[in-house]
Ligand binder design. Structure first.
Ligand code: FES
Length: 76
């Protein structure tokens, strides 16, 4: 579902970043969500909160847990 019509950002885009441990402000900076009309901010924040509730460790440490560029478990 598209959350931010202005920037064409879906709930899946936001959730992917939130599950990586990013907070709303970081996601806003990265994706540009809620940076134009602002109508989507509440919904975007809800998506982030839901993801942090289901992935509390990532949210607590606010660390990116995205796979490395090479696709293996190394920390490149
Ligand atoms: S709908 Fe997201 S900034 Fe307008």
């Amino acid at each position: 579902m598209i959350v931010c019509v202005c920037r064409r950002i879906s709930d899946r885009d936001i959730a992917r970043h939130a599950r990586a441990g990013m907070g709303f402000d970081e996601i806003q900076f990265e994706l540009g969500v809620a940076t134009q009309c602002g109508q989507c901010e509440g919904c975007a924040r809800d998506v982030v909160a839901q993801c942090h509730a289901t992935h509390p460790v990532a949210a607590l440490h606010n660390e990116a847990v995205l796979p490395s560029p090479c696709g293996c478990a190394c920390a490149v």
